[in-house]
Each structure stands twice: as structure tokens, then as C-alpha cells.
Design a binder for this molecule. Structure first.
Ligand code: BV8
Length: 238
């Protein structure tokens, strides 16, 4: 069966109203992402960083998944474990659309990380008031989000899935941030077919076998329909 790894970035959530990082509105509450998404910024000015993430966590309550998130969940419903979605996004729109085979390589807005005990509790409230960790009681919670210079989550699992896939699909990402931006080159080196569904061609490390320009809410459902009809045709031939 065709094993598919999908990598998503901010562009898949753009039509849900979640601003991207490097588009025209690429500032977050007036900040450059590289200036606030770092451990140094948190050390230097924790309140600014905590307020930045509190605002983004609260904003999640005002947005809903779009047709692209729903199409990926529909694909998982049809092919189950043959699909893995790896997202760079820290929003919860893939989960709310129904995706379960999902890796948040850059963490999640709706989770906190305790600097005292290391626990990662689900979290929906503000962190600016230094609430107590539900596990150890210490007041040292930060957003469970991977900042620049920090190690992303589940890299081994992701790389193993990419090299073993039949198709690697990159959706809504500028290919600006590593190691995520390197996955297309890894896939290509292992003979995996590569597809890009993006508003405009990204400055990818290597060219995609199939690059389609357009909005995710249109490109992704159409691509999922193609995959499912090809599987049906294949099943009928057997
Ligand atoms: C690390 C969470 C050590 C925070 C984020 C080489 C190797 C390894 C590391 C590096 C390297 N070179 C440099 C580095 C360091 C650094 C890095 O890559 N820096 C860049 C700036 C050069 N990387 C790191 O620090 C990473 N950690 O390296 O650890 C290591 C070393 C080796 C191996 C392993 C580990 C950690 C990076 C994680 C940072 N955290 N996010 C938060 O969200 O607040 S990054 C943030 O930007 C996002 O999470 C995302 O990952 C990233 C890129 O953003 P995109 O998702 O692509 O969004 P963007 O706005 O850029 O683009 C949107 C795209 O969508 C556009 O193309 C647009 O055209 C398109 N679009 C828009 N609308 C639509 C659309 N497409 C379709 N439909 C639409 N409607």
C-alpha cells in the first residue's frame, strides 16, 4: 500500500485565519518570530514571550479547521496508518479536523512544559501569571513550543517515516526552517516521490517531482481525491 508522509506548515492554517510567519503579515503581535521564539528571548524578557504565546493560544479559540485539514483527516480515515502527518504548526487544527497519526515536531500552543519537573501538561490558560505545574506545583511553566536553537520533537520517528515512504507531500511551508526544510532532500535521496502543494513554489533544498501552486483549501482536497481514486483503481485491478 502507498505510504504517505505529509509535512505541513503555517500555510495550511492561513485560510483558517492563523497568520503565517513570513507572509506580508509575517509579524506576530509586532514581533519577528525569530526574535521571540528563542530561549534567549525567554531568558531576557519572559513576560513578552509568555504574552506572545498567551495571545496566540487565546486566538486558537476563534479559528476552525479548513478544507485542507479536513481533507487530510478524510485521507487518514481511508488509509489509516499508511498516512503520517508531520506538522511544524503549533495550532491544534489538524486534531480538531480529526487527524490522529500526527506529530507536532515544533510542539503545541495547547501544551505547557515545566522547567522544574519536565512534565508537558495539556494547557489552555495563560502562562503570564506563572500558574503552578499540575504535577510538581512549581511555578516554572513555559509554552511547550520548540524555539530556534532547540531540538524538535520525534526527529527519529519522522526521518524513519520519510525514508520509508512512497510519497512525501509538503503543504503550506516556505522551506525556511531546518531540519524540516531538509526532508524533501532526504525523501528525494531515498527515491521517494515528492509533491509540493503551496501558494507559491518554496525555495526548497531540491526541486519537487510535482509542484502545484495554489491555496491549500483547493489543492489538498483535490490531491486527496486523486490519491483515493488511484487506490480504488489499484484495488479493482488486483
Ligand atoms: C534545531 C515554533 C538543532 C515556534 C518554530 C540547519 C540544520 C539544522 C538547524 C539549522 C540549520 N540552519 C539553521 C538552523 C537553525 C534553525 C533554522 O532553521 N533557522 C532558520 C531561520 C535558518 N533551526 C532550529 O533552530 C531548529 N532546531 O536546529 O536544533 C538541530 C540540528 C540539526 C538537526 C536537528 C536539530 C528549531 C526550529 C523550530 C523553530 N520553531 N515554530 C512558534 O510557532 O512560535 S519555526 C516556525 O517557522 C514554524 O513552526 C515553521 O516551522 C517555521 C517555518 O514557517 P512555515 O510553517 O514554513 O511558515 P512560513 O510563514 O515561513 O511559510 C508559509 C508558507 O505557506 C509560504 O510558503 C506561503 O507561500 C504558503 N501559504 C500561505 N498561504 C497559503 C500557503 N500555502 C497554501 N495555501 C495558503 N492559503
Amino acid at each position: 500500500m502507498t505510504r504517505i508522509v505529509v509535512l505541513t506548515g503555517a500555510g495550511i492554517s492561513a485560510e483558517s485565519g492563523v497568520p503565517t510567519f513570513r507572509g506580508a503579515d509575517g509579524l506576530w503581535e509586532g514581533h519577528l518570530i525569530e526574535d521571540v521564539a528563542t530561549p534567549e528571548a525567554y531568558e531576557r524578557d519572559p513576560d513578552t514571550v509568555l504574552a506572545f504565546y498567551d495571545a496566540r493560544r487565546r486566538a486558537l479559540r476563534t479559528v476552525v479547521p479548513n478544507a485542507a485539514h479536513l481533507a487530510l483527516a478524510r485521507l487518514e480515515g481511508a488509509i489509516g496508518g499508511d498516512l503520517l502527518v508531520v506538522t511544524q504548526n503549533v495550532d491544534d487544527l489538524h486534531e480538531r479536523a480529526g487527524s490522529r497519526n500526527l506529530v507536532h515536531m515544533h510542539g503545541e500552543l495547547r501544551r505547557a512544559l515545566c522547567l522544574a519537573c519536565g512534565s508537558r501538561p495539556a494547557w489552555d490558560e495563560d502562562l503570564i501569571d506563572r500558574p503552578a505545574c499540575p504535577d510538581c506545583g512549581e511555578r516554572m511553566l513555559r509554552p511547550d513550543v520548540v524555539w530556534f536553537g532547540e531540538m524538535p520533537y520525534e526527529l527519529g520517528r519522522i526521518e524513519n517515516a520519510v525514508v520509508a515512504a512512497d510519497v512525501f507531500v509538503s503543504i503550506g511551508t516556505s522551506g525556511a526552517v531546518y531540519p524540516a526544510a531538509g526532508y524533501v532532500a532526504l525523501a528525494s535521496a531515498f527515491g521517494v516521490r515528492t509533491v509540493e502543494l503551496n501558494l507559491e513554489p518554496s525555495d526548497a533544498a531540491v526541486p519537487f517531482d510535482d509542484a502545484r501552486a495554489g491555496r491549500a483549501s483547493e489543492l489538498v482536497p483535490a490531491w486527496v481525491d486523486e490519491v483515493l481514486s488511484a487506490r480504488r483503481a489499484g484495488a479493482e485491478r488486483r
